[in-house]
Design a protein around this ligand. Structure first.
Ligand SMILES: [Ca+2]
Ligand SMILES: [Ca+2]
Ligand SMILES: [Ca+2]
Ligand SMILES: [Ca+2]
Length: 286
């Protein structure tokens, strides 16, 4: 993070006492040297969020100037919008980030990482909290004016991720495979790496008996879909290519269907199966 835009990386560090220290790099970028620090100010006062400040730097409102989201012991997130310049940030006020019409608050020791976690082009919030969970607040507003309405907890191996006390996470593609991983430090001194695994392939099988075909498919949710609903269509001369092609066979959330209607011995059936994120929108293959 280059705080003063001089091409050399700097450091912003939260303190137990709730202040934030700004260390400007006095050495070269390749060998940073920190001789002294100043405290971050809001107006004419030293910024103080209570206890355990955890700052994250981001251009929150997309005005080209870096801002600060700072977690605190009580679980709130302080938003400091930069009223100076990008190279010489200054802050007049501190407000609390909102969620569902009230102050966003985790159980304690809020540790924010602002990141577009779902890849929709709008910055989201990942917030570590006391017990070891990491909350994902999806931005339902715009990228320049984030709005939050509820959260989910990050999962690992099918259960809620538990990274130990006071987790502090950073999203990074650790192994350069194109999938985002999460690296988490905690109070015990451990550093945990949560690596994103390749999605489970979606499978679809048909077993033909006399005048009936058993259709089986794998759980779409295990393959990364948000919803279990599938839509299956059939033709006898070729695979259905769009959602009104051929005849509809099955729409629902089961993982098995016995197809008997219009099934004739020695007549080939061609099936196409669609999966859906919302359970209603089925997108045709390209
Ligand atoms: Ca710098
Ligand atoms: Ca800004
Ligand atoms: Ca997003
Ligand atoms: Ca990765």
């Amino acid at each position: 993070m280059d705080w003063n835009n001089d091409g050399k990386k700097d450091l912003l560090l939260g303190e137990y006492a709730g202040y934030v220290r700004v260390y400007i790099n006095a050495g070269p970028d390749s060998a940073p040297l920190f001789n002294t620090y100043t405290y971050l100010n809001v107006g004419t006062n030293i910024f103080d969020c209570g206890d355990r400040s955890v700052p994250d730097i981001v251009d929150w409102n997309n005005d080209g100037k870096k801002d600060i989201v700072c977690g605190e012991y009580d679980g709130y997130l302080n938003l400091l919008l930069n009223t100076g310049t990008d190279a010489s940030p200054s802050f007049d006020t501190s407000t609390l980030v909102q969620n569902s019409g009230g102050n966003l608050r985790v159980s304690g020791n809020a540790a924010p990482d602002v990141y577009d976690w779902d890849g929709d082009g709008k910055k989201d919030l990942l917030v570590g909290e006391t017990g070891g969970r990491i909350r994902f607040y999806q931005n339902v507003g715009t990228d320049a004016a984030p709005v939050f309405d509820g959260y989910t907890c990050l999962q690992a191996g099918g259960t809620t991720l538990d990274a130990g006390s006071y987790p502090l996470q950073e999203v990074v593609d650790w192994n350069n495979d194109g999938r985002l991983d999460v690296i988490v430090g905690n109070y015990d001194g451990r550093v945990c790496l949560y690596r994103a695994e390749p999605p489970v392939p979606f499978t679809f099988r048909a077993i033909a008996l006399t005048n009936t075909v058993f259709l089986r498919w794998s759980d779409p949710v295990a393959s990364g879909m948000s919803n279990q609903t599938v839509h299956i269509r059939c033709r006898t001369d070729d695979y259905p290519t769009h959602t009104t092609d051929g005849t509809a066979v099955y729409t629902g959330t089961d993982l098995l269907y016995e197809h008997t209607t219009n099934c004739t011995a020695y007549v080939t059936n061609f099936y196409t199966i669609w999966v859906s994120h919302d359970g209603a929108t089925f997108v045709d293959p390209p």
